[in-house]
Design a protein around this ligand. Structure first.
Ligand SMILES: [Zn+2]
Length: 325
């Protein structure tokens, strides 16, 4: 390894690279001993869709599983995986692009980065506070004026696009299995079609179609099922609102009769959500409920599979349909 290369990196990453150099000599590279393209995915939903398309013909490993993609940092093991990867799959749209740049700089050889978000027709993207999503780059985002909502994986249409893109990328480096990748992408599409149809059926007669999200993640999900939202409780992921902001949220919910509050398994405290619920109830809004919606930003170890994404999306719409009237 060349010390000069590590020194040229940002300070924190330089330390990671040093740990990697010291820790990996002669150790396992983290990849199972299986044939097929090696795919690293930046976080769980991207990994799950990649697993669904890869089937037994390619190996997919996630990085960052236990951390929020909003400004998480790679671990030495993550970097080690990338050094033998053929593809590095990211969501893009300002969420994990910088992670990909950091990884690529330390891989020691060119790794093809597959930016799934870039395959979405820009007219199908929503606005939504991208500058609040990467703790390191507020100024850069504000400067380039990009306010794209990065949570594209939570839209069923976009998840289908992701699968199609992945099938094409895998076919390009593994032509003998091209038809298998295409068939699995088609099966994934059919599974999402069923989630969408079943969700639409559950929501068909609901007059009450609004909810209060916990962080600004669920706009593409709401769009998939014809639902609407008021401004989120946490406009910056992980940061609780001020008393003034809480008051504005309560007022908006009262004005629009929003009685369903979405909370996320990733945020354990959620005391602000409970305060909103109690305040709405105190001020006379009937049947205020909290319902757990998972934006799939993290996944407990051992749960990730090619079926995980569709199952979680189904669970989300079932939970929400159970709460709306
Ligand atoms: Zn998010």
């Amino acid at each position: 390894m060349k010390p000069a290369r590590a020194l040229a990196l940002p300070l924190g990453l330089g330390a990671v690279v040093s740990a990697l150099v010291l820790g990996c000599t002669g150790g396992p590279d983290g990849w199972p001993d299986r044939p097929g393209p090696k795919v690293v995915a930046s976080f769980p939903p991207v990994a799950s869709i990649a697993l669904a398309v890869a089937g037994p013909d390619a190996v997919v490993l996630p990085v960052m599983s236990g951390q929020s993609p909003h400004g998480g940092e790679p671990k030495p093991g993550d970097l080690r995986l990338l050094r033998r990867a053929d593809l590095f799959v990211i969501n893009g749209l300002g969420l994990d692009d910088r992670l990909a740049t950091k990884f690529a700089a330390t891989a020691g050889r060119p790794v093809r980065v597959v930016n799934l978000g870039a395959s979405i027709d820009p007219k199908d993207l929503l606005d939504g506070g991208a500058c609040e999503h990467d703790g390191h780059d507020h100024a850069a985002h504000a400067a380039d004026g990009d306010n794209t909502d990065p949570h594209a994986w939570l839209g069923l249409k976009h998840a289908r696009t992701f699968a199609t893109k992945l099938a094409g990328e895998l076919a390009a480096i593994d032509a003998p299995h091209a038809a298998d990748y295409a068939a699995r992408a088609a099966a994934f599409h059919a599974k999402l079609d069923a989630v969408q149809a079943d969700g639409a059926a559950l929501l068909k007669d609901k007059k009450d179609r609004k909810f209060l999200p916990f962080h600004a993640s669920m706009a593409y999900f709401a769009q998939s099922f014809g639902l609407t939202m008021v401004d989120p409780i946490q406009s910056v992921p992980g940061q609780e609102p001020t008393p003034k902001k809480l008051d504005e949220i309560v007022k908006a919910c009262l004005d629009q009769k929003v009685r369903v509050i979405a909370v996320e398994p990733q945020f354990s405290a959620q005391s602000s959500a409970k305060r909103v619920r109690d305040e709405l109830t105190r001020r006379g809004l009937a049947d205020v409920v909290m319902v757990e919606l998972d934006p799939l930003e993290t996944c407990p170890a051992g749960e990730l599979s090619g079926d995980w994404y569709a199952a979680k999306m189904r669970a989300n719409v079932v939970a929400l349909a159970g709460a709306l009237k």
